[in-house]
Ligand binder design. Structure first.
Ligand code: SF4
Ligand code: FES
Length: 232
C-alpha cells in the first residue's frame, strides 16, 4: 500500500509530499501504520532514499486522548481509530489538521483551544452545582478530548480569534453546570465567542469521536442562563 504524507520540517518551512510503501499488517490502524514505518532504524521512502521519521503525536492509542487527530484521505479522524481496511485498495494520504499551526509533519499546535478557555475563565473553580444537575449531560460533555476534529469541519471557524468553536461551547456548559456562580460570566463569553457566530451546521456533532451532543449542551446552558436571570 502506498502512503503519502504531507510533511513539513519546521513551522516556517514549505510543506512537501513524501511517499512510503507499507507492507505491514492489513488489520492495522493508521496510527499502527505510522508506528510501523517509524520503527525501523533506517526510514526509507518509496524511492529507496533514506529519510527522517514521520512526526506525529499519540498517547493512548485507543481514542481517548485526541493527540493523533489528522486528515486521512481528506477525512478528519483519530488515526488510532482509522482502520486500513476501510481504505482498501486506495493510496493513503496523511495531512495535518488545517485549522491549526503546523509544528512538524502531522503535529499541530492546538494550544489555542486551551488558551481560549483560560482567557475567558472557563474553568470550574469551586464546585457549586445546581440541585437539579444533569449528570448524564455533564458526563457526556466532560469527554471532550480537545482533539480539534470539530474545528476542522466547522464552516464558521476562521482564525480562532473571535469564534472558538464547539470545544469552547461545550466547556462553557460544563463549567456553568458545575459552578452555578460562574454561569453569568461564562454566558457572556459563550455569547461573544460562540453563539453570535455559530451557523448551527452541526458538522461538529457528526464528526466528534466522543459522540458529544453539542446541541444538548447549548440547550442546557440556555436553561441555566434563564434560571440565573441571563438572557437566553
Ligand atoms: S467536541 Fe468532540 S470533536 Fe470537538 S474537540 Fe471535543 S472531542 Fe474533539
Ligand atoms: S492516540 Fe489517543 S486518541 Fe489516538
Amino acid at each position: 500500500m502506498k502512503v503519502s504524507v504531507l510533511r513539513r520540517k519546521e513551522p516556517d518551512k514549505e510543506p512537501y509530499w513524501e511517499s512510503f510503501s507499507y507492507d505491514g499488517p492489513e488489520e492495522n490502524t493508521v496510527a499502527g501504520l505510522l508506528d510501523y514505518i517509524n520503527y525501523n532504524d533506517d526510514i526509507i521512502n518509496d524511492k529507496g532514499e533514506k529519510t527522517t521519521r514521520i512526526g506525529w503525536e499519540c498517547s493512548c492509542m485507543q481514542g481517548m486522548c485526541g493527540a493523533c487527530a489528522m486528515i486521512v484521505n481528506d477525512r478528519p479522524v483519530l488515526a488510532c481509530e482509522a482502520f486500513l481496511k476501510d481504505f482498501e485498495g486506495q493510496e493513503i494520504t496523511l495531512k495535518p489538521l488545517s485549522r491549526f499551526p503546523v509544528i512538524h509533519d502531522l503535529i499541530v499546535d492546538r494550544s489555542g483551544i486551551h488558551e481560549s478557555l483560560k482567557e475567558n475563565n472557563v474553568y470550574i473553580g469551586e464546585y457549586r452545582p445546581p440541585e437539579d444537575k444533569d449528570f448524564e449531560q455533564d458526563y457526556t460533555s466532560a469527554k471532550c478530548l480537545k482533539c480539534g476534529l470539530c474545528i476542522e469541519v466547522c464552516p464558521r471557524y476562521t482564525d480562532g480569534r473571535k469564534f472558538y468553536g464547539a470545544p469552547f461551547a461545550n466547556d462553557c456548559y460544563l463549567v456553568a453546570s458545575r459552578n452555578r456562580e460562574k454561569s453569568g460570566e461564562i454566558s457572556e463569553a459563550y455569547d461573544e465567542h460562540f453563539k453570535s457566530e455559530c451557523a448551527y451546521d452541526l458538522a461538529c456533532m457528526k464528526i466528534c469521536p466522543m459522540g458529544i451532543k453539542l446541541t444538548a449542551s447549548m440547550k442546557k446552558l440556555n436553561t441555566l442562563k434563564r434560571e440565573t436571570g441571563e438572557n437566553s
